[in-house]
Design a protein. Structure first.
Length: 109
């Protein structure tokens, strides 16, 4: 989903592969949209569906809330501003790209 850390990676992969593998990328985009809709449907059923029991759930304590908030903030921050992570992995990704390009040139794809 847009605004999360996974979306940035998925978007970059699909954007980079579209020019070379248009059909596969198009099918992948539809799969990504279907997965997002399905995830939203599951969340809607889990959080807003009819409860199976009338027994209330125990409340989260301060430690659990702080851990959850930290993870949510980091996930949204990574989705909105992924550049520090991309800079960290740039050297490794450059090596992988060079290796992949060399293997493509020898196989003729």
């Amino acid at each position: 989903m847009p605004g999360t850390g996974n979306f940035v990676g998925e978007f970059m992969i699909l954007f980079g592969s579209f020019s070379k593998f248009t059909l596969i990328t198009t099918v992948s985009v539809f799969g990504l949209v279907f997965a997002s809709v399905y995830a939203l449907y599951l969340m809607q059923k889990a959080y807003y569906g009819t409860p199976k029991t009338d027994k209330p759930l125990p409340q989260m304590d301060a430690r659990e809330i702080s851990i959850l908030l930290l993870l949510v903030v980091l996930l949204v921050l990574l989705g909105v501003y992924p550049q520090p992570i991309l800079d960290t992995s740039a050297a490794a990704m450059s090596n992988i790209q060079n290796w992949y390009s060399a293997s493509l040139s020898t196989t003729g794809l």
